[in-house]
Design a protein around this ligand. Structure first.
Ligand code: SF4
Ligand code: SF4
Length: 367
C-alpha cells in the first residue's frame, strides 16, 4: 500500500511551510533515507511560465525553498531547476526565476539556481518500446531528483501534480515535438508515465496550499487547498491530491496508465493530518466538464474514442497582443500572427492546449 503524507498548511508563511515539509520528510526516514548516499540533488519545481507566485501556476518559492533547505542542511549540493514552456535559454530562464520568486527561494535555502542550459538524450526501454528523452542537464547529472509540483487541474491531462511535473525535464521547445508526435491524450499520457519512471524522482512534494482549478495549468483560477502532500511514489502523491481536491483519478489518463502498469495502489496509507477531501471541490478544466457531460453515460471504451470530438478548440480573443509565443510553441503549426493577432487554422490543431498554457495574458479561451 502506498504511503502518503498530507500536511495541512493554510498559508505560505515560510516558517510554517518549512515545519510541514520537515514533518513530511522526517516521516519517510529523513534525508539519509531519501538521498541514499547521493550528494547532488535537483529540486525539480514547476515553473511553467513567468508568473507571480500568487497566480498559482507555478511552485510557490516558499515550498521550493523549504524542500531545498532540508537537503542543503543535510550536506547535499542542491540545484533548483526546470525547463519552462517556450525556449530554454539564459534570457528566458532568468525572466522565469525573477517572476516566480526563485531567487528568493535560492537565497532562503542556500541552493543554486540552475544556469546550465544544456541537455542530453537518455534512451529507455518501456512497455511501449524504446523512448528517447532529451533531458535537461541538472536532471541527468543529479544523484537524486525531487519533484516539487503544483496541484492543478489540466486542460489536456485532467490533473497535473508530481508526475506531469516531470514533463519539464524535457529541454525547451522539444516538448512540442512530443505533443506533435503523440496527439492522442492516451498516447501522450503513456509517454508521461514513461518519462516519470525514466527520471525517477526519489520523493515528490505537491504544493496544494493554493492550487489551480478550471482551465489549468495556467489559465484557471487560484484555489485554496491548504495542504502539502508528500510521498516516495509520485503516482500515489497525485492520487492523494486528486482525491483531496474532490477529483476522480479515473478521469486522469496518466493515472489510468500508471494503474494498468501496477505503479500505484488503490488503497493508500495516509499519515499526517486530516485527509478528508475539500468541502468545496476543485472545478475541472473545460474539456473535462464538456467530456463528462457529453460522454458520462457512454461505456468507457466507446467514450474514449468519441470523447475527442467533444474536446474544445482554443479560441483567440481580442485580448491577444500578437506576441507570438503561442505560435512559436504550437506543435501543429496551427497558429500564426497576422496583423498583431494570433490566427488559428482549425484543421491543423491537435488540441494539445500548449498555446492556452503558454499565453501569459490569458488571451486564449477554450470553447
Ligand atoms: S494568444 Fe497570447 S501568446 Fe498568442 S500571440 Fe496572442 S497574446 Fe501572444
Ligand atoms: S493551436 Fe494550440 S491547441 Fe492547437 S495545436 Fe497549436 S498549440 Fe496545440
Amino acid at each position: 500500500m502506498d504511503k502518503v503524507f498530507l500536511a495541512r498548511c493554510e498559508d505560505y508563511d515560510y516558517d510554517r511551510v518549512e515545519q510541514n515539509v520537515r514533518r513530511i520528510f522526517d516521516s519517510f526516514g529523513g534525508a539519509e533515507a531519501i538521498l541514499r548516499g547521493g550528494k547532488r540533488v535537483t529540486v525539480k519545481v514547476n515553473l511553467l511560465l513567468p508568473k507571480k507566485p500568487e497566480d498559482a501556476a507555478t511552485t510557490h518559492p516558499a515550498v521550493a525553498a523549504a524542500v531545498a533547505k532540508y537537503f542543503v542542511a543535510a550536506g547535499a549540493e542542491v540545484t533548483i531547476a526546470d525547463s519552462p514552456g517556450g525556449p530554454y535559454n539564459t534570457l528566458s530562464i532568468n525572466k522565469v526565476y525573477d517572476a516566480c520568486g526563485m531567487r528568493e527561494a535560492a537565497r532562503l535555502s542556500g541552493a543554486m539556481l540552475n544556469a546550465d542550459m544544456g541537455s542530453q538524450v537518455k534512451t529507455v526501454e518501456t512497455e511501449s518500446g524504446k523512448r528517447a528523452f532529451d533531458l535537461i542537464n541538472p536532471v541527468v547529472n543529479a544523484d537524486v531528483v525531487i519533484s516539487v509540483a503544483k496541484m492543478k487541474t489540466h486542460s489536456l491531462a485532467y490533473f497535473t501534480g508530481a508526475v506531469k511535473n516531470m514533463f519539464g525535464t524535457i529541454a525547451g521547445l522539444n516538448k512540442a515535438v512530443y505533443h506533435a508526435n503523440l496527439p492522442k491524450v492516451e498516447d501522450f499520457s503513456e509517454m508521461i508515465v514513461d518519462l516519470c519512471r525514466a527520471t525517477a524522482p526519489a520523493f515528490s512534494i505537491i504544493d496544494g496550499i493554493v492550487g489551480m482549478e478550471g482551465d489549468g495549468p495556467s489559465g484557471g483560477k487560484p484555489k485554496h487547498g491548504g495542504v502539502i502532500i508528500g510521498s516516495d511514489n509520485p503516482f500515489a502523491a497525485d492520487v492523494a491530491a486528486m482525491r483531496f481536491c474532490g477529483l476522480d483519478e479515473n478521469n486522469s489518463p496518466i493515472h489510468r496508465r500508471a494503474e494498468s502498469l501496477g505503479l500505484v495502489s488503490a488503497e493508500q496509507e495516509h499519515i499526517g493530518d486530516d485527509a478528508a477531501p475539500l468541502a468545496d471541490p476543485f472545478i475541472p478544466a473545460m474539456q473535462d466538464k464538456v467530456m463528462w457531460k457529453a460522454v458520462a453515460r457512454i461505456p468507457k471504451p466507446v467514450s474514449r474514442i468519441v470523447g475527442k470530438h467533444f474536446r474544445p478548440y482554443p479560441v483567440i480573443t481580442d485580448r491577444c497582443v500578437g506576441c507570438g509565443i503561442c505560435a512559436e510553441a504550437c506543435p501543429g503549426k496551427a497558429l500564426e500572427v497576422i496583423n498583431k493577432k494570433a490566427v488559428l487554422t482549425k484543421k491543423k490543431c491537435i488540441k494539445c492546449y500548449c498555446c492556452h498554457e503558454l499565453c501569459r495574458i490569458k488571451a486564449i479561451d477554450m470553447r
